[in-house]
Design a binder for this molecule. Structure first.
Ligand code: DGL
Length: 260
């Protein structure tokens, strides 16, 4: 059983890759939509929520936990790793491949405030940045839009344009999506990029790392019929449930207003 959590539904962009790569596994997902966004919240609050959610996912039978949230990873993953005895896979903005592949020497990173000030991101940046110019931007308002299943309204496209256009004007040829909510906006982002830059999303690499850790952990693949349980501290709206069902062939159950 793979446990996944996020401040909201953003982690579903990671679930998408996980379930493509490991369709026979069962999943339990916790969306903390009641407390979303995590981005502007204090580190202690995020550690507290991540700890409670981790206990819950373990109770549900998780053998491994994917912290499908850059902000929670930045704030809490070292705490979780030192307080729980199971493997965690975290998310961080994929600055390394962006820097390595950049031809223009300019890269844009769109993420939350919490992620951009987190030690993981800052260390990776210091390690790989070299001479590359990295333009960071906090994507204010984008997480809230995705939570409302607004992926392509005029307002959300205007926000995206405000964040991304200045990166392109300075020559960015890679735009790193440093928040798991942002891949839901991929089509709107591509419209703005118009071929001028590539989108970098670490979700597939995270899924591959999860598979690697699972293989190290157990020899036999899952035997039971796979199933997926989705818990939310708020609710999974109809459009979101439709998206989720399109991501897996396994039966899905949805539990709303679940307080932890
Ligand atoms: N999906 C979360 C992340 O990757 C969203 C952050 C937030 O809740 O502000 O960082």
């Amino acid at each position: 059983m793979i446990g996944i959590f996020d401040s909201g539904i953003g982690g579903l962009s990671v679930f998408k890759e996980l379930s493509k790569l490991m369709p026979k596994e069962s999943y339990v997902y916790f969306s903390d939509s009641l407390n979303c966004p995590y981005g502007p919240k204090k580190t202690d609050f995020i550690i507290d929520r991540s700890t409670k959610i981790t206990y819950f996912l373990i109770e549900q039978g998780a053998d491994i936990i994917v912290v499908a949230c850059n902000t929670a990873t930045a704030a809490a993953i070292s705490y979780l790793r030192s307080n729980f005895d199971l493997p965690f896979v975290g998310m961080e903005p994929a600055i390394k491949p962006a820097v390595l592949h950049s031809k223009s020497g300019v890269v844009g990173v769109l993420a939350t405030a919490g992620t951009l000030k987190g030690p993981l991101y800052l260390n990776t940046l210091a390690h790989f940045k070299g001479d590359v110019k990295v333009i960071e931007r906090v994507g204010d308002g984008l997480v809230e839009a995705v939570e409302k299943a607004d992926f392509d309204s005029k307002d959300v496209k205007k926000l995206l344009r405000n964040y991304i256009e200045p990166m392109l004007n300075q020559g960015a040829d890679h735009i790193v999506l440093g928040c798991t909510h942002y891949p839901f906006l991929q089509r709107s982002i591509e419209e703005i990029l118009d071929g001028r830059a590539e989108i970098v999303n670490p979700a597939l690499a995270v899924a591959q790392q999860t598979l690697k850790l699972l293989k190290e952990q157990k020899a036999a693949p899952a035997k039971e019929q796979p199933f997926c349980k989705f818990y939310s501290s708020a609710s999974f709206t109809e459009p979101i449930q439709i998206i989720i069902k399109s991501l897996t062939a396994a039966p899905c159950s949805f539990i709303d207003s679940f307080s932890i």
